[in-house]
Design a binder for this molecule. Sequence first.
Ligand SMILES: [Zn+2]
Ligand SMILES: [Zn+2]
Length: 181
Amino acid sequence: MKCPVCKTDSLIVKAVSEPLAMSCCEDCDGKWLSSTHYWSWLETLEGELPKKVYSDVHLEVHDTPQAKLCPECGRILIRFRVGHGMDFRLDHCNACNGVWFDKNEWEMLESRNLHDEIHKIFTTQWQNEIRADEKNRYFNEMYVQKFGEDFMKIREFKLWLDNHELKQTILAFLSDPRPFE
Ligand SMILES: [Zn+2]
Ligand SMILES: [Zn+2]
């Protein structure tokens, strides 16, 4: 099979995470995961692996932005953002559902236990969550700039207030211009 990056017949099937087999390129260290291999590997797992928020593993990812062709069916691979603090994209074939991992992309996902949720990355829900996360981060940064060191205190108060059944009354009390005695 042809490597979508090197464009040579350099893909060799190897057991990457026993019993999961992938077609690996020895030149660029990329990996091709066919949909059949992925789903039969998922069936060997007992339930979803617990997601890890942080990982100590810091590998250099070589995300290759160029357009790539599916080594299985020749269609153009579509790039999808991974999110969750990982700044790279996966190349997915919408026709045969195979996935291309550039060097260390699979390893990074594995270190966060996201490698059993690969199929979800290509869904609208996953992609929308990335956008919502980004928006939250943007607003957090904006408020940090505005409120400085008081931000954490205000944030904690807001979280408490948002869940309070008397929220509206508390807000009215807070915005009452008369000084409180
Ligand atoms: Zn290659
Ligand atoms: Zn394909």
